[in-house]
Design a protein around this ligand. Structure first.
Ligand code: AMP
Ligand code: MG
Length: 539
């Protein structure tokens, strides 16, 4: 472990191997014929560390003392560069809400470089909110504290839930004020500025390839895809210098489809709604990226979207995420078509998305319900009825699933209707009606029979069943109002709630008896409060 940032070793493959924008002045422009533009972070007045993730420091071989060192805030606020850093912003385009939007790019993200750690892994460090870049268009390149707290906490919460995601090393306030019209109602206000340092093997998005294809820069597209395969998907090549063929492109695309399917299945399992699944927010590595107006399902409602900008069309609602990911992959297929020049194999790769997604969902449902294996079509019917039950009233998804583990298979024959209902009653937001009870108990009884069969067939102990259920159904998630409470305190200069949530969410599947106050339905005051149930893209 290293105890000084100066010991970090940088190996900036992207900057070294791919063409840079020849212009190094920092003004907004269209950038063609290049993958990135060199650009420095803008220094800030008074950077202060709000929070840091020791696990992410460890990925960089840095020990926990690093956060206390004077140069840490300087470097990760953008005030100071380390030897070996080559700050740059990448060019990308994207489909936003279903429409091609042209050049977008890292408008407020600056990659500092790629750290090479002792395991031989490369980790790109990226500052979000460190000032304008050539891709900032009409915006300021900055980020506010509230959105930065949300990004920092959710990245780490997702990681600990086992969901593929970019990571967050640090959250630093800048000591400067940023003007935002949070409600888009013509009433902008000054808010504290902040910078998050994100960390990932790479931040390449579908949109990085789309922009090259849209501009007809096919040679460059090929170079970037080849680079991505060699560096982000080395396992697809027999040897590092193996030639890349059309088959390699297809294997790669198929792998992207599979990873995306796995990521979406995880989102659906834990009740995460990304909120802005534009193709520029889709990582080529299948990582959850760009935590903006995301949210967590409280009441199980597939039509829910946290994003106020999406309130009309609800394109990015919870239940639509699997289809949208496929739509996004189809845009990526279109973008790389010039490297393949044949439709059928791309379609075949795309069909792997559905196959993988189904496989993951069936595995997850089985684990969520505590069954050894998903049995089609019998369990399909059981699942459909479960989803209907979950929508028969406002029922908290997290609490409902977690409480299912509490039944004891050996006692099932003795359970009365009251016994059955007692476990899940705390998940209801309103007093359950008689009809609610009937619907729930009828499903629970079927579920109980299925559990008994499963037990006989597979001879799995109740203890083991519960363990698997409790490792699949988190007890603690970053409920929308919890993040907001941490933001409200941090805005008053008290970071304790951020620390507390970071600590809690490190072990989301554990009981953590001292924290049961966080295992609670959204309180009524949060139902319609901004930041808790509705979020704008303003960040
Ligand atoms: P998002 O919807 O947050 O993923 O952002 C879409 C595009 O807008 C990306 O190219 C971002 O870099 C850019 N963007 C968002 N906010 C800002 C900002 N405050 N300053 C500059 N660019 C921004
Ligand atoms: Mg984005």
């Amino acid at each position: 472990m290293k105890s000084s940032l100066r010991e970090l070793l940088f190996d900036n493959r992207l900057v070294r191997e791919l063409p840079a924008d020849p212009i190094t002045e920092n003004y907004r422009r269209q950038v063609s014929g290049a993958i990135y533009s060199l650009v420095n972070p803008t220094p800030v007045k008074n950077p202060q560390l709000v929070a840091g993730a020791i696990e992410v420091a460890a990925l960089l071989d840095l020990d926990a003392s690093i956060f206390q060192q004077a140069d840490f805030v300087k470097v990760f606020s953008g005030n100071q560069l380390l030897a070996g850093m080559q700050p740059h912003a990448c060019c990308y385009g994207g489909h936003q809400f279903g429409n091609w939007a042209g050049q977008l790019g890292d408008g407020r993200a600056i990659n500092l470089g790629e750290v090479l750690n002792s395991k031989g892994e490369h980790w790109t460090l990226q500052l979000k909110g460190a000032g304008p870049t050539p891709y900032s268009r009409t915006a300021d390149g900055l980020a506010v504290l509230r959105s930065s707290v949300r990004e920092f906490l959710c990245s780490e919460a997702m990681f600990h839930l086992g969901v593929p995601t970019t990571r967050a090393l640090s959250l630093i306030t800048t000591g400067e004020q940023v003007r935002r019209d949070m409600f888009y109602d013509g009433n902008p206000a000054w808010e504290p500025g902040a910078v998050v340092c994100r960390v990932a093997p790479s931040f390449t998005r579908f949109g990085n390839f789309e922009i090259l294809s849209a501009r007809g820069e096919i040679e460059l597209l090929k170079r970037f895809v080849d680079f991505t395969i060699r560096n982000d998907f080395p396992q697809l090549l027999a040897a590092p210098d193996s030639p890349i063929t059309t088959d390699t492109y297809l294997c790669w695309f198929s792998e992207v489809c599979i990873r995306t399917a796995q990521m979406i299945a995880h989102w659906m399992r834990v009740g995460f709604v990304h909120g802005v699944m534009n193709t520029d927010n889709m990582s080529i590595l299948g990582l959850t990226i760009d935590y903006g107006p995301y949210g967590w399902l409280e009441g199980y409602d597939p039509s829910w979207t946290p994003n106020t900008t999406d309130a009309q069309g609800r394109r990015y609602r919870y239940g639509n995420q699997p289809q949208i990911a496929l739509w996004n992959l189809t845009q990526l297929a279109n973008a790389i078509y010039p490297l393949i020049n044949s439709v059928e194999p791309l379609q075949a790769a795309l069909s792997n998305y559905r196959i993988e997604y189904e496989k993951c969902v069936q595995r997850d449902i089985a684990n969520k319900l505590g069954l050894v294996a998903f049995d089609s079509p019998r369990d399909e019917a059981l699942t459909e009825e479960l989803f209907a039950l979950l929508q028969s009233a406002e029922i908290d998804m997290t609490i409902f699933y977690r409480e299912l583990a509490g039944y004891s298979v050996n006692d099932i024959d003795q359970y009365s209707d009251l016994d059955w209902f007692a476990n899940i009653a705390p998940a209801y937001y309103e007093q359950p009606t008689e009809e609610n009870r009937v619907v729930a108990v009828s499903w629970l009884r079927r579920y109980g029979q299925r559990l008994q069969q499963d037990l006989v067939m597979h001879n799995r102990s109740d203890v083991e069943r519960r363990e698997i259920m409790n490792r699949t159904n988190p007890k603690y998630v970053l409920r929308n109002y919890l993040a907001q409470q941490a933001i409200d305190k941090a805005t008053q200069g008290d970071n304790s709630e951020i620390d507390c949530l970071l600590h809690l969410l490190r072990n989301p599947y554990d009981e953590q008896p001292n924290f049961t106050r966080y295992y609670a339905k959204r309180p009524d005051w949060a139902r319609h409060k901004a930041g808790c149930s509705m979020l704008s893209c303003s960040s």
